[in-house]
Design a protein around this ligand. Structure first.
Ligand code: NAD
Length: 267
């Protein structure tokens, strides 16, 4: 009955693919922060984003941390791009251990009465189908390694109804349950699948929504229930990604874990 020794940091030398590894303009989005933290733990990180220049700062930060990375511009809503990305990573590094499916767009807001069906489809393609496609090509390589960790970015809008972002809310709800079903399907193969459920973070995506100062104050006031006034950022998401990527989280699968300062716990 001796207590287990502290689990070692097992990430060094392993391979991660981060889809949505850029951040618009300067700033720390979830993918950028995760790339830096995984590289700090010794992982090789493949950066994937549809906007190549979004990855420049991510690459600089990863290399500044002494990390090794590949920069792979790709639109992960396209099946041929996903196949090419995974092939390039396997060619360079021999396999894949961790997939962080972090791509997401807010899409248009408004009622289903006025919904633009092309925009609806595009939002599902980017926010949900991209995760299916990347996983489709990565899972066979994880099987060869005897397992792996897939981490999908959902949102508080995926577990609660988000007004007025109805399309976004529907896509993130799909991510939440896609994650559970994938975990059930691939658990026996040693592949863990979990979702992150961020609340309001100060990332470029949120800034791009053009929030007024009043909106920002409101968000600050509702978010940090248990966080002592701290504003959440990509680093908070990145720390959870690093944990879920690691064998330290070996008994954790099929979860949707909030990173929201306690927001979803409150009425
Ligand atoms: P971000 O805009 O900084 O990063 C998203 C990246 O995805 C961008 O660099 C963008 O170019 C890329 N991208 C978009 N479509 C793509 C495609 N088809 N193929 C490849 N790359 C594509 O945003 P962020 O705030 O870091 O958000 C990352 C994730 O976190 C998203 O899934 C978002 O829905 C989710 N999220 C963010 C918040 C928040 O408060 N910022 C809250 C909840 C959930």
């Amino acid at each position: 009955n001796a207590p287990e020794q502290a689990r070692p940091d097992d990430l060094a030398g392993k391979v991660a693919i981060i889809a949505g590894a850029g951040s618009r303009a300067s700033g720390i989005g979830n993918g950028r922060a995760a790339a830096v933290l995984l590289a700090q733990s010794g992982m090789k990180v493949a950066l994937v984003d549809s906007v190549a220049e979004n990855m420049t700062e991510t690459r600089e930060l990863v290399e500044g941390a002494g990390g090794e990375c590949l920069v792979l511009p790709a639109d992960v809503s396209r099946v041929e791009d996903c196949e090419a990305v995974v092939a390039a990573v396997v060619d360079a590094w021999g396999g894949v251990d961790v997939l962080f499916n972090n791509v997401g767009i807010v899409g248009p807001s408004g009622s289903v009465v006025d919904v633009d069906l092309d925009a609806w489809d595009r939002c599902f393609d980017i926010n949900v189908t991209s995760m299916v496609l990347m996983s489709r090509f990565v899972i066979p390589h994880m099987r060869k390694r005897g397992g792996g960790s897939i981490i999908n970015t959902s949102s508080i809008a995926g577990v609660l109804g988000a007004h007025p972002s109805v399309i976004y809310s529907a896509t993130k709800g799909a991510v939440t349950n896609l994650t559970r079903a994938m975990a059930a399907m691939h658990g026996p193969e040693g592949i863990r699948v979990n979702a992150l459920v961020p609340g309001f973070l100060h990332t470029p995506m949120v800034h791009s929504q053009g929030l007024s100062e009043e909106d920002r104050v409101r968000r600050r006031n509702v978010a940090p229930v248990g966080a002592g006034g701290v504003e959440g950022s990509g680093w908070d998401v990145g720390e959870l990604v690093r944990f879920l990527a690691s064998d330290r989280a070996r008994f954790i699968s099929g979860t949707n874990i909030p990173v929201d300062g306690g927001l979803a716990a409150v009425i």
